[in-house]
Write a protein that binds this ligand. Sequence first.
Ligand SMILES: Nc1ncnc2c1ncn2[C@@H]1O[C@H](COP(=O)(O)OP(=O)(O)OP(=O)(O)O)[C@@H](O)[C@H]1O
Length: 304
Amino acid sequence: MAIAVSIDRVVKRFGALTALDGVSLAIEEGEFFGLLGPNGAGKTTLISCLAGLARPDSGRLSVLGRDVVDDYRAARRLLGVVPQELVFDPFFTVRETLRFQSGYFGLTRNDDWIDEILAALDLTDKANTNMRRLSGGMKRRVLVAQALVHKPPVIVLDEPTAGVDVELRQGLWTFVRKLNGQGHTIILTTHYLEEAEALCGRIAMMKQGRVVALDTTANLLARFSGHALWVRLADPRPLSGELAARARFEDDGRSLRLPLSGAADLEPTLSRLRESGCIVEDLRVFPPDLEEVFVNLLREGGHG
Ligand SMILES: Nc1ncnc2c1ncn2[C@@H]1O[C@H](COP(=O)(O)OP(=O)(O)OP(=O)(O)O)[C@@H](O)[C@H]1O
């Protein structure tokens, strides 16, 4: 597989702040790649560098072999970016906005594709509506459409579903999955971890400008998460020894989560609770999840 996006030791500073502290990533063609991290981790800065909107202090980035600084126009053409912020000219209609964007890439007869994107994003009946009359969620759909007008092989979605209703989220993911199935490389940043878990084959987790974990979603789940037992006790009761070290209590003092080393650990854990005098009022077993991975990685500072 060819490399769709290459990011090589990228450093970006804003005054005294190092927003990107030597980030390296290689994303292959056809991947559905997740870029995750808490607020301020550097995800948007990295995307800005990739899109040529910010210039790294050192390091190199390329899209399908085209350097984003030295070969800016070619690299930009290969990339479709759905930005986080809603910025539009309020006087254009949706169709005009998309035609204008097509013109920016030198595409004059693009209406068939524009119609297809409008339909996929459920925007057909808004085609002639002025941007200023659209709701926030609708505007976000137009941002997605705008990023796709030139059929870019690499598509970057920066928090595309923030503030968007469930119906559109599902519609958007069906469409993006279809594009990925057709061979488009997708890079996604999102705070909806269950979305990343369901969609991304591989994930990089960033923290304070560094990549702290990079692996397939399945491996991350296996390495940094596992099954967990959640119980609510009949009354608050302090635990001791091994149970106390494992337990994470909730605010009510009687609900707690205990990580399990595997399915076979369920019965011994329940027995130990019983032996220590706990009466279990309710219980649930959770499968491994990305939220747990995220919490563990951020607490530990990452495993490289
Ligand atoms: N233009 C700028 N000038 C100064 N500091 C900036 C600028 N852009 C970003 N930063 C800082 O760089 C760091 C990384 O920000 P960035 O927006 O890349 O994070 P992020 O991971 O995208 O966060 P979020 O999830 O909140 O979008 C933050 O500390 C931010 O305050």
